[in-house]
Design a protein around this ligand. Structure first.
Ligand code: IMP
Length: 194
């Protein structure tokens, strides 16, 4: 069976992809290949970071690899936090990041609080050129958090056409419209057609 490393330490993302990938290929984790590196993510675009992570693993460990990078782009903040989404206020501190986002948007009226989540996935197979799969979901940022589910900026984000935040929807409902759901479906469509 074809083996592909998914360069993430996020167990939730790994499980999700394994569930969706079926039995055509084996998705290996970084732990499975004994990669415990602190892989740098210093690029200025989601695609750049996804490529850097996939290359790191392919070049050092020799496996076909895929990697993803995502974040939130807020129009009133010129696209911030963008690639800095995970460390906007403090590294992987969702509450602090959400608080900072609300502070920066204080006084910005509802119609100007437009935003989107974006995901880029990079696939490196053999010597082929890198292949990218992307997904986005448009929406807006509320002025107070709502809901207990999800992670990151989910309690502040309402997708266009919806009234509930991503923290108030089920995981399946979120996957159906989310940036990551869309990018993963595009990746799987490609892999299954290969
Ligand atoms: P990652 O690249 O998928 O790990 O995402 C980087 C950061 O973007 C996360 O730490 C979150 O702050 C934010 N983010 C990405 N996807 C989502 C999402 O689906 N909901 C909420 N926040 C997200």
């Amino acid at each position: 069976m074809k083996k592909i490393v998914f360069a993430t330490n996020n167990a939730h993302k790994l499980d999700e992809l394994r569930r969706m990938a079926g039995d055509r290929f084996e998705i290996l984790s970084l732990k499975d290949i004994r990669c415990f590196d602190d892989i740098p993510e210093n690029e200025t675009t989601f695609e750049g970071n996804a490529l850097a992570k996939a290359r790191w693993v392919r070049d050092r460990y020799g496996y076909d690899c895929l990697a993803d990078d995502s974040g939130l782009e807020v129009d009133a903040l010129d696209g911030a936090p963008g690639v800095l989404s995970a460390r906007f206020a403090a590294e992987h501190d969702d509450a602090a990041n959400n608080k900072l986002l609300l502070a920066k948007l204080q006084g910005v009226p509802a119609q100007k609080r437009t935003a989107r989540f974006r995901t880029a996935i990079c696939l490196l197979e053999g010597d082929a050129e890198p292949r990218f799969f992307s997904g986005a979901v448009e929406g807006r940022i509320l002025d107070a958090p709502r809901g207990e589910g999800g992670f990151g900026y989910d309690p502040l984000f309402v997708a266009d056409g919806y009234t509930r935040t991503f923290a108030e929807t089920s995981a399946a409902e979120k996957d159906a419209v989310s940036h990551r759901g869309r990018a993963v479906r595009a990746l799987l469509h490609y892999l299954h057609a290969e």
